[in-house]
Design a protein around this ligand. Structure first.
Ligand code: DX5
Ligand code: ZN
Length: 220
């Protein structure tokens, strides 16, 4: 029911393949891949060649978070590199409806991300077209930042809007989530948890296990 999506931005790039294999083996169902273009966000991370080379490490879902201006330009390349789910920012797409459909037409799942200060209501028109909404709980661009508390209210609001419309859409939360606040995030209505430093900042295998235990306890 709940899914852990370790963000490889916080992994040791010297041994990225092994890091992905470790979290996959321990039970992370998604691998969260943060692509940054130095325009939509200040940093530049990695792109297609890295995604492509990691594809042989696991068959888990490659959840690609595009922190890129006009990500529609890259959906075919991402498909070829092995993406299963592409998440684009509402703020980065001039023609969001078109970009969503480009991704779906290529047979991938589609998510739309919202920066902390972007209201949930901006997605009302497309909620029934997406598989996932990503509520950013930090300003995108860097790992290891502090969770912004007001974003929890956005998660609650989004879950209630989805329920009111009978929509079964995943809610992902990304940024500053750790073992200390994951309960609050799940209670608010999220079901996919991104964690970068909280997974790769120490013993990744043990950290994945600890998150999965939290998930189990939450279901009880
Ligand atoms: C931030 C990225 C996140 C980041 C999360 O812009 O989208 O996925 O890696 O890192 P933590 O969990 O360390 O906040
Ligand atoms: Zn991310």
């Amino acid at each position: 029911m709940y899914i852990l999506a370790p963000s490889i931005l916080a992994a040791d790039f010297k041994k990225l393949g092994q890091e992905v294999e470790t979290v996959a083996r321990e039970g992370a169902e998604y691998i969260h891949i943060d692509v940054m273009d130095g325009m939509f966000v200040p940093s530049i991370s990695f792109g297609m060649p890295v995604i492509k080379s990691l594809r042989s490490c696991t068959d888990k879902v490659f959840d690609v978070h595009m922190m890129v201006e006009e990500p529609g330009r890259y959906v075919e390349d991402l498909k070829a590199a092995g993406a299963d789910l592409i998440c684009v920012h509402q703020e980065a797409c001039c023609h969001l409806d078109r970009t969503i459909n480009q991704i779906k037409d290529l047979g991938m799942k589609v998510g739309v991300a919202l920066n902390p200060a972007t209201p949930v209501s901006t997605l009302d028109c497309v909620l029934d077209q997406v598989d996932m909404v990503l509520i950013m709980s930090v300003n995108p661009g860097f790992g290891g930042q502090k969770f912004i508390p007001y974003t929890l209210e956005k998660v609650r609001e989004l879950r209630s809007r989805l329920n009111a419309r009978g929509l079964n859409v995943d809610i992902q939360v990304d940024g500053g989530v750790g073992l200390g606040n994951v309960d609050q995030v799940l209670t608010a209505g999220a079901n996919i948890i991104v964690a970068g430093s909280a997974v790769f900042g120490g013993d990744a295998a043990a950290n994945v296990q600890a998150f999965l235990k939290k998930f189990e306890e939450h279901v009880k």
